[in-house]
Design a protein around this ligand. Structure first.
Ligand code: 4NP
Length: 162
């Protein structure tokens, strides 16, 4: 894993997480990553936002199945409201991480600050699969991938800000 792009503002870091609907994967990653950053004492220096490339769910809370799997694991999904990605996000974040290749294409592909969330996964790069049309097991798989990747991302951010 190459080092993260340097902060645009010294000592601070902004991470944007992007999926399709902003009701399942990127909101789950948002909640888990914020929780891990708080545990590492980095929540006052690192901001996380999430959005979807589509506009269907703007303003809505998280998908019930995503919220349930988070609650069962001890996270609070209640504050999420879906937002839509727009072209200003890359200029306002140090890192923009898409959940799958299709989301990445919608962002215009890879660049210095834009890649896939699972580029940081110690279990190997890949996509966070879309669980929306599947059963509840898909959400548990997604949570596992997100927790593992968030731990690695927090370590990288801590190194970058050290
Ligand atoms: P997400 O999942 O991109 O992980 O939030 C989806 C949510 C909604 C839809 C597709 C995927 N949809 O087609 O409405």
């Amino acid at each position: 894993m190459p080092p993260l792009p340097p902060p645009r503002q010294p000592g601070r870091y902004a991470i944007a997480l992007v999926c399709l609907g902003n009701i399942c994967r990127s909101p789950m990653a948002h909640v888990v990553l914020e929780s891990r950053l708080a545990a590492a004492g980095l929540d006052d220096r690192v901001v996380v936002r999430s959005s979807g490339t589509g506009d269907w769910h703007v303003g809505r809370p998280m998908d019930d199945r995503a919220a349930a799997v988070l609650r069962r694991a001890g996270y609070d999904p209640s504050r999420h409201r879906a937002r839509q990605y727009d072209g200003t996000w890359p200029a306002e974040h140090d890192l923009v991480l898409a959940m799958d290749e299709s989301n990445l294409d919608d962002l215009g592909g890879r660049s210095q600050r834009v890649g896939l969330f699972r580029d940081l996964d110690p279990g190997g790069p890949g996509e966070v699969p879309d669980p929306y049309y599947g059963g509840p097991d898909g959400f548990a798989v997604v949570l596992d991938l997100i927790e593992r990747t968030s731990d690695a991302l927090v370590t990288e951010v801590a190194d970058t800000l050290a």
